[in-house]
Unconditional design. Structure first.
Length: 339
């Protein structure tokens, strides 16, 4: 009798000291496990005289029940304590500053190119992309610029071999497009071009956007009307255009196109050098020789073409002073073009 009472006391004292469920489980096994003390007592029953066995068995079973109850109440307490410790160690402070997630932005050239495509596709233009490596035929000859033509000097060309070169103008795409397609059409051709040229407003690689419209009865009025619409959408609702006579071998007549200065509204400022106008692109009526070179009958069809530098448009629109800003990858510059 004393032994069993002592065992209960001993088990309770040890269980009280157990601080984790693991430690408590070990104590429990020491008494109630397969090799535990209570099990050993039950096994010792076979050494007793038969008449004592029922009473002994009853007593040991009662002890086992008491121990089981005791352990389960300790188990509950330990689990609660452990949960509390876990919760307080994992507390979330909702007032802490959040982790910064930096968001990317489209490059200003990409943005401007997309905007241009948007404006002109709204007027029915389809996009066509020609190759960056060209030959003399597409880049010059078919554009009415035969070898030794002085206009070839206007564009310092990177030659790869005698035959191949890096295209100096997206105008090469006009020829490739017209070879494949029958007019009428409206084509827009964005892309990279290359020239041996490098200063504050020129870079050896830059982007152009070419436009070509061929149909029956297309006139210079159509050209200016469309450019007016372009300038109003791209720059300011009050923008106007002005055509100045110029020369390009692939257009006749040729013009340079100015847009009224959006910064001063045409009054004259530093940006437009006091003139109120800013040159934005070259254009003209497609030279009949170019149409002939592509198998288009110039007596039936006429057309206009235009070509602009995407960097130049972006510089004017966003007030960017140096063309190198586009390729320096300075995040402080690029970040300003977020929506
Ligand atoms: N290709 C010319 C250049 O790079 C720009 C240009 C002028 C394109 C007149 C045209 C055009 O289509 O009609 O300087």
């Amino acid at each position: 009798m004393d032994d069993t009472e002592k065992m209960v006391e001993e088990a309770t004292a040890e269980a009280e000291r157990a601080e984790s469920s693991r430690a408590l489980y070990e104590v429990k096994m020491k008494f109630l496990g397969r090799t535990g003390k209570v099990t050993a007592l039950l096994k010792s029953m076979k050494d007793l005289a038969a008449e004592h066995r029922p009473a002994f068995g009853k007593r040991v079973n009662a002890v086992r029940e008491r121990l089981e109850e005791m352990f389960s109440s300790f188990e509950q307490r330990v689990k609660e304590r452990e949960l509390e410790a876990k919760l307080s160690s994992e507390q979330i402070d909702v007032t802490m500053p959040a982790k910064r997630r930096s968001k990317g932005a489209l490059h200003p050239i990409t943005r401007t190119r997309m905007e241009l495509i948007d404006i002109f596709s709204g007027m029915g233009f389809e996009v066509f992309e020609g190759p960056e490596i060209e030959n003399e035929h597409y880049n010059f000859t078919a554009l009415n610029t035969p070898p030794d033509h002085p206009a070839r000097d206007m564009q310092d060309t990177f030659y790869i071999t005698d035959e191949f070169l890096l295209r100096t103008q997206t105008s090469a795409g006009q020829i490739r497009f017209m070879e494949k397609r029958e007019p009428p059409f409206k084509m827009l051709s964005p892309g990279r071009v290359f020239r041996s040229d490098d200063d504050a407003t020129h870079s050896p690689m830059f982007y152009q956007m070419e436009g070509l419209v061929v149909d029956r009865g297309v006139t210079m009025c159509d050209l200016q009307g469309m450019l007016d619409e372009f300038a109003r959408t791209m720059f300011a609702s009050t923008s106007k255009t002005r055509l100045r006579p110029s020369y390009f071998p692939f257009t006749e007549p040729s013009v340079e196109v100015d847009v009224s200065c959006a910064a001063c509204g045409g009054a004259g400022c530093a940006l437009c050098k006091g003139t109120g106008w800013i040159e934005v692109l070259g254009a003209g009526m497609v030279n009949r020789r170019v149409l002939e070179n592509c198998g288009v009958d110039p007596d039936e069809f006429t057309g206009f073409a235009f070509g602009m530098g995407i960097e130049r448009i972006a510089m004017l629109k966003y007030g960017i002073g140096h063309i190198r800003s586009f390729t320096e990858n300075d995040v402080r510059f690029l970040e300003q073009f977020k929506d």
